[in-house]
Structure formats: C-alpha cells, structure tokens
Design a protein around this ligand. Sequence first.
Ligand code: PXP
Length: 244
Amino acid sequence: MRLGVNIDHVATLRNARGTDYPDLLEAANIVLRAGADGITVHLREDRRHIKDKDLKILLQNISRPINLEIAPTNEMISIAIKHKPHACCLVPEKRRELTTEGGLDLLKLESRLCPKIKKLQDAGIKVSLFINPDFSQIEAASRTGSSAVELHTGSYSDCNNSKRKKEYKRILDAAKFSKQFKIECHAGHGLTHNNVAPIAKISEITELNIGHSLISESIFIGLKESVKRMKDLIQSCGRKNYKK
Ligand code: PXP
C-alpha cells in the first residue's frame, strides 16, 4: 500500500495571505521524510490551490513520485505533458465546488477521454481515473487502457453511521471487481485517522491519497510548539511575562 499525501491545502493557506509561506516544497519534504510514498497535488482551473510555478518547483526538486490531479481539459493535458509528472489522476471539476464532488462519469466520457489518456501515456505518464465505486465505471475505465482507477471514498467518509456499512461494501466490492481487469485500484477523498482503517485493510487497494484531514490535524500537532517558540523569542528580547 502506498500513501500519497495531498498538500493542496498548504497552498490554500499560503494563498489566503499572498505570502510565500507556508512553503510547498518544504511541506513536500516533511511529508516524504515522515514516510509518505508520494506527493499529490491538484492543479485546478482557477488555481485556488497550487499554481503552475509550484508544480514546476516540486517536479524539479522532488525525486519521489508526483501524482498530478487534473480535469481532462486540453489546457491541463498540455501542462501535464509539458511537465511530465509520474502520474496523472483525471478528475471531474466544477468551478463552484468546494472539493471534487463525485467521480468522472466514464459512461458518458469514455470516448472523449481515450485520446487524452493516450497522449498522457505516450508522454510516459501513468493515468488513473477518479470514479465512483461502481462496477460499470470500472469496466469503462478498463476499456480506456488507464493503468489505475481511484475510487472516490467521499460517500463512505461523509455518511452517518447507519449508512457506513453500505458505503463500505460498495468500495470493497468495487476494489474486488477491479481485480478482474488489468487495472490498479487506488482510493481517496475524505479519509481521516478515524475512518481509514477499514479501507486500508482492503488488499486490492494499492494506493491511498489523503490530504485535508492530514493538513488539518497538523495544525493542532504543531500549534503548541509554534506559540511556545514565539513566546520564547519575545522573552529572549528581554521582555518579562505579562502578569495580571
Ligand atoms: N483523491 C482525489 C482524486 C482528490 O481529488 C482528492 C481531493 O483533492 C483527494 C484524493 C484527497 O481528498 P482529501 O483532501 O479529502 O483527503
């Protein structure tokens, strides 16, 4: 099982103030030193997370696999071919959505996607398709010649306890079904420390991509240390502690 860590929200935080920190490359290096197997980033049409320059810097400085999530538009396919990441995950993208809502509908898109997938593969890029955990989507993905599917785990992650079993079974069945085809099975979206274990136990799944919950939790793991360092620094300037 490989873990790809999505660092988009480090860029979201940086972009909120237009500063040059937190630095994306530093984040990628920390993530890799902590044991992640690769870095995932989503270059969105509106560039709300990473920018084109970030992609260039990451690709020039990171030797581990970079999985670039893109919408299958001509612009994004050209950018991917120019920069040649290790892998591209094709995702649906709506401008107003908060995050990637649902998977690609391959039953509608299959014939339009095939030439784009071939272009990426001819450039030496592995292609995965982000789909809902449905048999018909997996069958369609296998017809496109993509090397992997990534099952959208959002419905499993976001549902309440009463629906969890059913949503889990959808992912389990889809992962097992994908075994019949020569296609790798990845999964991701909404996974957290609390809900990842059942998914991680599915032996047919070979890669997980996780972002938002890790970046969120890292704030709490690091906030105490960050405030303490600031306090120490202020005191080292000869300032005494404030007494009520
Ligand atoms: N996989 C894909 C294809 C995604 O679009 C995303 C979100 O960008 C993720 C995985 C990671 O989801 P999350 O940030 O909820 O962990």
